[in-house]
Design a binder for this molecule. Structure first.
Ligand code: FNR
Length: 185
């Protein structure tokens, strides 16, 4: 059966490098896998009062329903102030509640961090990993994907110019596919 990979991007910016990178990576999945971007921009800031079943924002319900149909999650994110952008942390929090009904539990995940700088959003990558440990998501360990100098990565059509980076991302997707198969058959 086809596996569904949800792609969650930690940037809402129209011309986001993360989105461009994610679109390139989406095209590298093999037959038997389909990818879909999951919107996190419409989620109100998490408030525990919304755990009350009579008080749940419609966007929370839509997001949780979409995530329940997804087999694995690819996170592609920039770094904000050496950590994960708030919009991404908010989506993790919304999906993790109400207690006992987390949409993340047990789902295989993979993380790509990117930056126009050379440190490649290492801080965001590892803060995200820390949350995924708690959310009980098995994460691709190797290869780690830190994409630096991202502003120079794409051609005019938004395609990755560097053959070496494409090859690296192919190996990254292969490791993710292996993890998904190991977890789910
Ligand atoms: C940044 N940026 C940034 N970059 C980085 O490598 N480390 C950091 O800690 C930060 N901090 C940071 C905070 C805030 C509030 C903004 C808006 C930006 C720069 C960031 O990497 C750059 O804007 C990327 O282009 C954002 O990714 P998208 O939107 O292109 O996907």
């Amino acid at each position: 059966m086809t596996k569904k990979v949800g792609i969650i991007v930690g940037s809402l910016r129209k011309d986001s490098f993360s989105k461009r990178l994610a679109a390139n990576v989406a095209s590298l999945f093999p037959e038997g896998f389909e990818t879909a971007f999951v919107d996190i921009g419409g989620l109100a800031l998490y408030n525990q009062d919304y755990d009350d079943e009579n008080n749940v924002p419609a966007a929370y319900t839509t997001f949780r329903d979409v995530m329940k149909e997804i087999d694995a999650v690819l996170f592609v994110t920039p770094e904000y102030n050496r950590s994960v952008p708030a919009v991404l942390k908010n989506a993790l929090d919304v999906g993790s509640r109400p207690y006992g009904a987390s949409v993340w539990n047990g789902k295989p995940a993979a993380i790509i961090s990117q930056s126009p700088g050379s440190l490649s959003a290492f801080g965001a990558n590892h803060h995200l990993r820390q949350s995924l440990v708690f959310l009980n998501m098995p994460v691709v360990q190797q290869p780690e994907a830190y994409i630096g100098n991202v502003a120079e990565l794409f051609d005019d059509r938004g395609q990755i110019k560097s053959e070496g980076t494409v090859k690296f991302l192919e190996s990254f997707v292969a490791a993710f596919v292996d993890l998904i198969k190991k977890q789910q058959g």
